[in-house]
Design a protein around this ligand. Structure first.
Ligand code: C2E
Ligand code: MG
Ligand code: MG
Length: 707
């Protein structure tokens, strides 16, 4: 339903006003109206009646239509205004329209009044809609301009017909230029784009032009006036004419340098080790993958993988602290990086493990020379927070072969070779071969078997008597472990101790041996009735790294009621010489406990007796290898003589191992060696055979005294 119109009629003749009213109603217009004839009433009505349309007589006694129109205009009111007059000439009519009236009507032809009112109202509505649209456009443009300003984007507008580009001041300032320093040529843009990126940008624009991309969005580097490159994102959209032809393209440019930098950092973090700055395992494997793929294509292309493990790193880390350990890793990374070829990759795989990929090698010789070289370079001491630290690396090398192209496998082969190098004496390198692989697989099986052996109690302790050269009596026994394997029979410790050490199984194994020996020997009575014989138990370096060693020994001694003075702990020279303050502390704790410390296999290491004196040692055991040639082998005789003489001057006891003959025995006795051990007096036997050994004791003394 049509809304009720408010019509203001300016008319002094009531009959005319009535006529208008009637014609309006006839035309179906629903309205209310007010009729005025003077200026004062007119103004009042504008205020309190607020008319939708004004119908005004042209000539009034005290007022007139033109005046009324002007008042409306002066007040800024947009009310449709129609002149209704008795007679009007064309000139007057034209001047009315010119003055702003919407229409004019002759009183004789008032039947038109409905049409005139409706069209005047329509005109106003259209005018208002247009105004509204214009306002909306203005607001949106203003918003866009503000948004561009706020977002810091530069704008460009490319006229493809003239090939000129308008660059906004922000676009220019983003690159460090003033308004007048960049022209309109398209080259102003493209020549600044990084040579590696410009083709991508152009092809992205082409894709959009061809309709294959809904818009342009391209990230590229663009030169700044200061000579650096900025990363920017250019977005744009093409404008087509009625025929679909592109004639213009508009877009923006945003600076994304910071974002790019952050992305690059993230990428860096994902592929580089934070500590050393070297590539990490992921990146190393990626490079290795590439080399392997290349080797597949090109049979002349060869590469090698070197796996480095720092010797005794853990000890150093524990003694000097993690900070020093980290510094050493950084130092190693820096030192070795210097010697890498352009195609080589050195990575920090974690812990003290480094890997080097040598690409495009000509042969083994070249790689081995390089390996020797870096091993030499690593020998020079590192200065870590005031301490001078010497390190060495065990290196495993795996070469690319025709058949071996699986990268994980190549790395594992290098690892096997590295372990081999470590086992063979550290600070050296080994090249992977198939035998090594077989051996490694064997070791893995051995480890699993050994774990089970511990659970199934397949390990046995054998005892070998130690005899005093002075009294000819048994003073104690050395405890030697054996593995009673269900299929392979009795296995000697040389076959499994190193595996136990590598895997850490040596700790529970050692506890088991000590406990078993203390328990089994509890009721042995030596012929003289004394129970005060000693038990010598072998300990390896790994056990000394185990923090619970001393408490565990204490506990076992207590549980089996064995006095600490009757326990001899045999360690090798290398443990004593490891220079590790925690080892020294453990040795001191053991000494305080009353336990005796013996240096086993003496003479095979590099320790000097004098340096050994720093440790609380009770005795030395001369290694079998020196005893073997006595007394005829002059060198062995000289060594043995010297060791015994020096030990005596340092008030250390000496025990000779591996005594098999009477000649050896006599020679050792002449040097006043304190005790002996060997097949001559008895092989290592299980606990069950000890009574027989003890029963033979008298014959031992007789043998000694016979001379
Ligand atoms: P070791 O401590 O120097 O032990 C002496 C080795 O010489 C023993 O070998 C023993 O059987 C052997 N032997 C004894 N008398 C003679 C002889 O007259 N002639 C010759 N040729 N050899 C003799 P075994 O039992 O095979 O032990 C080898 C090494 O294994 C030991 O050397 C020791 O270092 C280690 N080991 C043995 N048991 C244990 C253990 O319980 N724990 C640890 N950590 N190591 C052990
Ligand atoms: Mg021993
Ligand atoms: Mg020995």
């Amino acid at each position: 339903m049509e809304r009720e119109l408010r019509i203001l009629i300016v008319e002094d003749v009531p009959a005319d006003a009535e006529l208008m009213e009637r014609e309006l109603r006839k035309a179906g217009i629903v309205f209310s109206f007010r009729c005025v004839q003077a200026e004062g009433a007119f103004r009042e009505a504008l205020c309190d009646f607020s008319p939708d349309i004004i119908l005004s007589d042209y000539n009034l006694p005290a007022f007139d239509g033109m005046r009324a129109l002007r008042i409306v205009q002066e007040l800024g009111l947009k009310i449709p205004f129609i002149i209704v007059t008795g007679s009007i000439n064309e000139e007057t009519a034209a001047s009315c329209i010119k003055a702003g009236a919407d229409d004019y009507l002759l009183k004789e032809r008032l039947t038109r009044i409905g049409v005139a009112v409706r069209s005047a109202l329509d005109k106003k509505r259209v005018y208002e809609e247009k105004k509204h649209a214009e306002e909306a456009l203005r607001l949106s443009e203003e918003r866009y301009a503000l948004a561009c300003c706020a977002s810091n984007d530069g704008l460009w507008d490319w006229d493809l017909r003239t090939n000129e580009i308008y660059f906004s001041p922000r676009w220019k300032s983003m690159l460090g230029y003033a308004e007048n320093e960049i022209g309109k040529d398209e080259d102003e843009w493209f020549r600044r784009v990084h040579s590696e990126d410009v083709e991508y940008l152009k092809s992205d624009i082409a894709l959009h032009f061809e309709g294959l991309a809904s818009h342009l969005a391209n990230e590229h580097r663009i030169a700044h006036k200061d000579g650096t490159y900025r990363w920017v994102l250019s977005r744009g959209i093409a404008v087509r004419d009625d025929t679909g032809k592109i004639y213009r393209m508009v877009g923006s440019q945003s600076d994304i340098t910071e974002r790019k930098r952050a992305e690059e950092q993230l990428l860096h973090n994902a592929f580089y080790d934070a500590l050393t700055g070297l590539p990490n395992r992921a990146l190393f494997m990626d490079r290795l993958e590439r080399s392997a793929a290349r080797a597949k294509r090109d049979s002349y292309f060869k590469f090698a993988v070197l796996l480095l493990d720092l010797d005794r790193f853990k000890l150093l880390n524990d003694s000097l602290g993690h900070l020093a350990g980290d510094q050493l890793l950084i130092g190693v990374a820096q030192r070795l990086s210097e010697y890498l070829g352009p195609g080589d990759t050195m990575a920090h795989l974690g812990g003290d493990d480094f890997a080097i990929l040598k690409d495009d090698i000509r042969g083994m010789g070249e790689t081995l020379r390089f390996t020797n070289f870096i091993q030499k370079k690593l020998e020079a001491p590192f200065h870590l927070s005031g301490e001078e630290v010497v390190t060495a690396a065990s290196i495993g090398i795996a070469f690319s072969t025709e058949t071996n192209r699986n990268t994980e496998e190549i790395l594992r082969n290098a690892e096997i070779a590295m372990y081999r190098a470590k086992a063979l004496g550290k600070g050296r390198y080994e090249i992977f071969d198939v035998d090594m692989h077989t051996h490694a697989v064997g070791l893995q099986k051995l480890e699993a078997d050994l774990r089970r052996a511990l659970e199934r109690r397949e390990l046995r302790v054998y005892y070998q008597p130690v005899v005093s050269l002075c009294s000819g009596k048994i003073t104690g026994f050395e405890c030697l472990v054996r593995w009673q394997h269900p299929e392979r029979g009795l296995i000697a410790p040389s076959e499994f101790i190193s595996v136990a050490e590598e895997t850490g199984l040596i700790v529970p194994l050692g506890e088991f041996i000590l406990k078993t020996a203390c328990e089994e020997s509890r009721n042995w009575k030596l012929p003289g009735g004394t129970a005060l014989f000693s038990l010598a138990v072998n300990f390896s370096a790994v056990q000394f790294q185990f923090k619970g060693l001393v408490p565990s020994i204490k506990k076992t001694l207590k549980e089996t009621a064995r006095s600490p003075e009757t326990l001899n702990i045999e360690i090798t020279e290398s443990i004593a010489m490891s220079n590790h303050h925690s080892t020294l502390k453990t040795l001191k704790d053991l000494h305080e406990l009353g336990v005796h410390i013996l240096i086993d296999d003496f003479g095979t290491g590099y320790s000097s007796l004098v340096s050994l004196k720093r440790f609380p040692i009770s005795a030395l055991k001369i290694d079998c290898s020196f005893v073997a040639g006595l007394p005829d082998d002059s060198e062995n005789s000289a060594i043995t003589t010297t060791i015994i003489a020096m030990a005596q001057s340092l008030r250390l006891q000496v025990i000779a191992e591996g005594v098999e003959s009477r000649d050896q025995l006599m020679f050792l006795r002449s040097l006043q060696c304190d005790e002996v051990q060997g097949f001559l007096f008895g092989r290592p036997v299980p606990a069950g055979e000890i009574p027989e050994v003890l029963a033979r004791e008298n014959s031992l003394s007789e043998m000694l005294n016979a001379e």
